[in-house]
Design a protein around this ligand. Structure first.
Ligand code: PEP
Ligand code: MN
Length: 339
């Protein structure tokens, strides 16, 4: 880190800061210019205390980090793309996987119907929410444990591994008993207790980006999971809050390109939540393939107008099938295999 001191700081003030830098485990190098003095704190910032608190000294003008705070998820740490195995499905380089299923598990019939249809269309992982984070407390909040049982049955019948959201640290063990991959949603993307519990579970984790999180915050959220010993993480861009009102969120494909450079972890795109409109899923799904995503998450419902959550963005099984056909040439062009 670089600590810039204010002009006319006394020698005593410079030494006071240098002493504190050393106390935090860095080697202070004092650089004296004509007007300004700068202290370079030499040491691995990812393993040491942040020095941002030094700004409380009246003689300190600014503190600038020169390294990112994440390490285990970074490409500096692991140069090549990682493969994450989810219930026998290899997610990573060379492949393109589509996770599909309803927003919410509503009934056995609805879930099984979707599971069979998306499998036939080429989806390799099944999604469905049993515990649903809802903006209003009066909205359908999922079937809970009954929903998990329905998902388990869908896997038994189709053999397709399942992905479902977990909302609190206390539920991690239960959800991990049923699911092949734990989903952490946008509203919990910086719930550190949940990230730690997911990190301890040893199940793969599907980490959505917080809707107002920077890429750095998103990667640091993944680092929280990895630092607990679990590096089986798939990142998912699902749209961010912007001034735009024509879509529910703004699907930030920039972030996918940046994340692919910064991290070795697989990166997915969820156009369903990203735009909130069924009619835009195909073009955005294609764009996701082209930008280098490793897969997609798409919401599918047998009858979207009757859906208990996210009806306007869910596609029918027929539309999903068409989407998969439309995607195939793009996936091949990117040198990947579907599934
Ligand atoms: C979901 O996948 O149904 C969901 C609630 O996603 P997000 O957390 O991205 O809103
Ligand atoms: Mn949803």
């Amino acid at each position: 880190m670089i600590i810039g001191l204010k002009p006319r700081s006394s020698e005593e003030q410079v030494q006071e800061v240098a002493h504190t830098v050393r106390k935090f485990g860095y080697e202070p190098r004092i650089i004296r210019g004509v007007e300004l003095t700068v202290i370079a704190a030499v040491g691995d910032e990812r393993r040491h205390h942040t020095l941002e608190t030094l700004t409380v000294f009246p003689q300190v003008d600014h503190v600038t980090a020169v390294q990112k705070r994440y390490k285990l998820v970074s490409r500096d740490f692991h140069k090549t793309d990682s493969t994450v195995h989810v219930g026998g499905v290899a997610v990573g380089p060379g492949h393109f996987h589509v996770i599909a299923g309803p927003c919410s598990v509503e009934s056995e019939r609805q879930t099984l119907e979707v599971a069979r249809a998306v499998q036939a269309a080429g989806a390799t992982l099944l999604r469905g929410g049993a515990f649903k984070p809802r903006t209003s407390p009066y909205d359908f909040s999922g079937l809970g444990r009954d929903g998990l049982r329905i998902l388990r049955q869908a896997r038994r019948e189709t053999g397709v591994p399942i992905v479902t959201e977990v909302m609190s640290p206390e539920d991690v063990e239960t959800v991990a008993d049923y699911a092949d991959m734990l989903q952490i949603g946008t509203r919990n993307a910086q719930n550190f207790a949940l990230l730690h519990a997911a990190g301890q579970s040893r199940k793969p984790v599907f980490l959505k980006r917080g809707m107002s999180a920077t890429v750095e915050e998103w990667l640091n959220a993944a680092e929280h999971i990895a630092a607990q010993g679990n590096s089986r993480i798939i990142l998912c861009e699902r749209g961010i809050r912007t001034f735009e009102t024509s879509t529910r969120f703004t699907l930030d494909l920039n972030a996918v390109a940046v994340a692919k450079k910064e991290t070795h972890l697989p990166v997915f795109v969820d156009p369903s939540h990203g735009v909130g409109r069924a009619d835009l899923i195909v073009p955005l799904a294609r764009a996701a393939v082209a930008v280098g995503a490793d897969g997609l998450m798409v919401e599918v419902h047998p009858d979207p107008k009757k859906a208990l959550s996210d009806g306007s963005q869910q596609v029918t099984p027929d539309r999903f099938s068409e989407l998969m056909v439309a995607l195939r040439p793009f996936v091949e062009l990117m040198g990947r295999e579907m599934g």
